[in-house]
Design a protein around this ligand. Structure first.
Ligand SMILES: Cc1ncc(COP(=O)(O)O)c(C=O)c1O
Length: 357
């Protein structure tokens, strides 16, 4: 059945996993999917044991950051086997990121097949409990050794997986967010829409400073006027104002097109909510708060699915939202999306790629 060459590990490391303490991204499953782009084409791809790979100090991506990645999850399904949630969306976004940093695109179907094969082989690594999942991390980078500032002629794609805990060990707890007026993440015309390593390096300092002040994440404003809302550290952001769901539009050119964002917008329209993708400024949000019509704020992303925001801090003033409680809209999206992911309801929209075992 396997389309790819598979070299199985001689010794599984699964006994090293502390299943009761699955911190994010610290355990790596036994195998990886790997493919190389050489002489203008991708090889067929193969599966190998997870192990250290040889690297020269001159590896171009270390110097100039020609790296992109993705993040998606496989869930133990209530119907048996596992569900991988919307991998086609991640594969397409990987290719959009690739175009932005001059890496070659990878065939979407081959990537999905490679992920399926990898998850099937390491199915023992899929955590069993509701809320837990197997995080899937594709990463693509320039793989040649040279110091010229040009695109790498060769590229490597690796997919690794990692068992992760529920983001919410103690239920959906609203987070506190600092609206950054000092730092910016991206501007139109830059690489803010790409899931490229540089964006994350650039966000670390602001994130650490926010943490040290007791905030979970940073809310980024646009890089030019420092007024319009972009997104949160690793999430898109949504507002419910007077019953209307509002989120920054992708044509801003500076935010990541989140898969969860798209999923929520899709569901909201199905539910008959008024949904608007448009520019929204921090002033408008504060104004809505002052008028008492800022019903809910929440982030959307693969890690947490939905992350309610209980407080925004802007220019040293704190704005508490919905009494620091999760609102009904955020709760509804969380419940609906996770029920689909864990196979507890019919997947009528065909969002899951199923793996039978
Ligand atoms: C900067 C940024 N924005 C938004 C998201 C949310 O995207 P998704 O819903 O695809 O996880 C992520 C996470 O991948 C992110 O890193």
């Amino acid at each position: 059945m396997a389309k790819f060459n598979i070299e199985k590990t001689k010794e599984s490391r699964i006994s090293e996993v502390d299943w009761n303490n699955l911190r994010f991204g610290v355990y790596f499953s036994d195998h990886i999917f790997i493919s190389d782009f050489v002489d203008g084409k991708w090889d067929g791809g193969r599966i190998e044991p997870y192990r250290a790979l040889p690297m020269e100090p001159g590896l171009c991506t270390l110097h100039y950051g020609q790296t992109i990645f993705e993040g998606l999850k496989a869930f133990k399904s209530a119907k048996g086997g596992a569900n991988i949630f919307r991998p086609d969306m991640n594969a397409n976004r990987l290719n959009n990121s690739a175009k932005m940093v001059c890496l070659p695109e990878f065939d979407v179907d081959t990537l999905i097949e490679g992920i399926k094969e990898l998850v099937m082989l390491d199915r023992q690594w899929i955590p069993q409990e509701r809320g837990q999942s197997l995080y899937i991390r594709p990463v693509m980078f320039g793989s040649s050794n040279f110091l010229g500032v040009t695109a790498s002629p060769t590229t490597r794609l690796i997919v690794m997986t990692s068992p992760v805990a529920s983001y919410y060990a103690e239920g959906l707890k609203p987070i506190k967010i600092l609206v950054s007026t000092e730092y910016v993440r991206a501007v139109k015309g830059g690489v803010g829409m790409a899931k490229t390593a540089a964006n994350y390096a650039a966000s670390l300092k602001a994130g650490m400073e926010a943490h040290s002040k007791g905030f979970s994440q940073v809310l980024w404003l646009d890089g030019v006027n420092r007024k319009d809302i972009d997104e949160v550290g690793a999430m898109n952001i949504m507002f419910v104002i007077d019953g209307e769901l509002i989120t920054p539009s992708l044509d801003k050119g500076s935010i990541l097109a989140g898969i969860t964002r798209g999923t929520v917008l899709n569901l909201a329209k199905e539910m008959g909510m008024k949904v608007t993708e448009r520019n929204i400024s921090i002033d408008e949000v504060i104004d809505a708060h002052n008028k008492g019509i800022l019903n809910e704020v929440f982030g959307t992303g693969t890690a947490a699915v939905i992350s309610p925001v209980g407080m925004l801090s802007y220019l040293d003033k704190e704005y508490v939202i919905n009494n620091m409680e999760i609102g009904p809209v955020a709760q509804k999206f969380y419940d609906t999306i996770t029920a689909i992911q864990y196979g507890e309801v019919e997947d009528t929209r065909k969002w899951n790629v199923k793996i039978d075992f």
